[in-house]
Write a protein that binds this ligand. Structure first.
Ligand SMILES: [Zn+2]
Ligand SMILES: [Zn+2]
Length: 358
């Protein structure tokens, strides 16, 4: 596959041509560097479950899938060229790219550094367009990215840690932002519901923030893993006795579950004034009993990734605490298999594509 030739920087990646298609090599162009742009040689690109949803057109019609599609929004790479006005980066620096690469820069959300909520809609890293609403964006399953430095992140981690840093750009910030916003820290009893790509980051971050952390899972086999990740307690949510014992006991629940589940059952585990934040996206709408909230003055909220300033704060927090994602490093010819295994939750806990040697 090749994209229509345009003036720019030739690069290559791996794309799908439709919802049923397998990944194939794909040649395309990145734009020439503007004064504020940097060129990144991509080293590692994480596989996020939302890559699979979009590659397979599972979010249509809400989010249309644009083909050919090069997914990937958990990107770490080396800066190899900088525009004339760039100040944040120099040649050789390690940079990260997350879920979006531009926004309107004028609305209230953009001014407050929460560009993910840009009222005009931010430019997503892939399966989207630049802010001109014409130029398609291609993601991190590729050799290079050109991005305005304002939307790239500084990564300060040892070379050998970089594969595990890539997933922080989506899974890390998705869990860090709500934990921070709702005051998770010492003295707080926190539960992480679901132990997958998001959940395992939630455990590591909440533990590092000083909270008492419990993992809620439907698979008893996850208990050992939860403890290894630093969780203090484990509750098998299918065990009636254990669930009853945990009722009303948490200050905060981070719900990372992407399978359909009963929110009311999880809300019953919150104590007075407890807060549950949803970051997992089940495919079906869920029924909410009003009493689940009214009874204990509870809050049910949502959260979407994080803005550029908070994503930088998260990366710095992770560097300080030595936190990375637990990953399985793969070659690009394994992407299709990795997708199937991710859908089956058969990965601890994130696949990362080795683009440095691709
Ligand atoms: Zn993601
Ligand atoms: Zn905006």
């Amino acid at each position: 596959m090749t994209a229509a030739a345009a003036k720019g920087i030739a690069t290559r990646g791996f794309a799908v041509s439709g919802p049923e298609a397998k990944f194939e090599p794909f040649e395309f162009q990145r734009r020439e560097l503007g004064p504020k742009d940097i060129l990144i040689d991509i080293l590692y690109s994480g596989i996020c479950h939302s890559d699979i949803h979009q590659a397979r057109a599972e979010w249509e019609p809400l989010i249309p899938s644009l083909y050919p599609m090069v997914p990937g929004h958990e990107i770490v790479g080396r800066v190899t060229k900088v525009g004339s006005e760039v100040t944040k980066f120099k040649d050789g620096d390690i940079a990260g790219i997350g879920c979006f690469v531009d926004s309107c820069r004028e609305c209230g959300a953009c001014h407050h550094g929460i560009e993910q909520y840009c009222i005009k809609g931010s430019a997503q890293t892939y399966n989207s367009t630049e802010m001109d609403r014409q130029t398609p964006t291609f993601g991190g399953y590729s050799k290079h990215y050109v991005i305005d430095e304002a939307y790239a992140l500084n990564v300060n981690a040892p070379e050998e840690a970089l594969p595990g840093v890539a997933p922080l750009l989506c899974a890390g910030i998705t869990t860090y932002s709500p934990l921070k916003k709702w005051g998770v820290g010492p003295g707080k009893k926190v539960a992480i519901a679901g132990l997958g790509g998001l959940g395992h980051m939630g455990v590591k971050l909440a533990v590092a923030m000083g909270a008492e952390v419990t993992v809620l899972s439907t698979s008893p086999s996850k208990e050992e893993d939860a403890k290894k990740l630093g969780a203090h307690n484990f509750v098998n949510i299918r065990d009636d006795e254990a669930r009853t014992a945990a009722a009303g006991s948490f200050d905060f629940i981070l719900d990372t579950i992407s399978a359909n589940h009963d929110y009311n059952a999880y809300l019953s585990l919150l104590g007075l004034n407890g807060v549950m934040v949803i970051v997992g996206v089940p495919t079906e709408p869920a029924a909410l009993n009003a009493f689940s909230l009214i009874g204990g003055n509870k809050v049910l909220a949502g959260s979407l990734i994080g803005g550029i300033p908070e994503t930088q704060e998260m990366l710095d927090f992770c560097a300080k605490h030595g936190i990375t994602s637990d990953i399985e490093l793969i070659k690009p010819d394994y992407i299709d298999t990795a997708y199937d295994r991710t859908v089956k939750a058969d990965v601890r806990y994130r696949f990362v594509i080795d683009m440095a040697n691709a």
